[in-house]
Design a protein around this ligand. Sequence first.
Ligand SMILES: [Mg+2]
Length: 228
Amino acid sequence: MEIGLRRIRVLSFDMEGTLVDPYFSHLVWEVDIPRLYAEQRGLSLEEARERVFREYRAVGEERIEWYDIGYWFRRLGLGSDWRVLLERRRDACRLYPEVRGVLERLRERYTLIVTSNTIREFLEVQLLDLKPLFTRIFSAPSDFGEVKKSPGVYMRVCRELDVEPEAVAHVGDHPKFDYEVPRMVGIRAYHLDREYKSRGEHIVHNLEDFEKRIKMLEFRDNYTEEPH
Ligand SMILES: [Mg+2]
């Protein structure tokens, strides 16, 4: 029985797959970079994609380099400036439909933050005009030199905000980085499964769902609090 839990004060959101859909990233990583590589090496696009994807797999999402576009431009020997690429794809950033409404409502009661594995330069472009809704925007690789696979990232976020982990709820679409890891440090984490692949107490299917869970938590916390 969870009695006397500290009230939720901070709501933390993953970015990609949670606030914005993967279209922008897909274009940058799976279309533009292979195309640049093809041009550079005189390969067919298909051949280039195969080779670039092989390189991606060799690094994998648990390593910080995975998220570092500068690293990939160097590793793949792409001559051009990756910042130009991001600018050119700015229009491909798309929020999930419920996001703006949910954030507008939740910001009345909570401090909203982003805790992402995306590097700062991508976050700046992808968050569009949502940025003012957040008190802090944390990029694990840019701010802490780490990936969210490490509980240390979440602990540092709590420290920066001067808040206990129990007073933070986090939501994101990665079962390990956004659910298992933050749970380890005592954050109330929810796994966002937009495809309805699973169900459970800590699984939500969109951010309206998350909003409902937070309301329930708050009600339960108030209800179970001992009288004083
Ligand atoms: Mg994500």
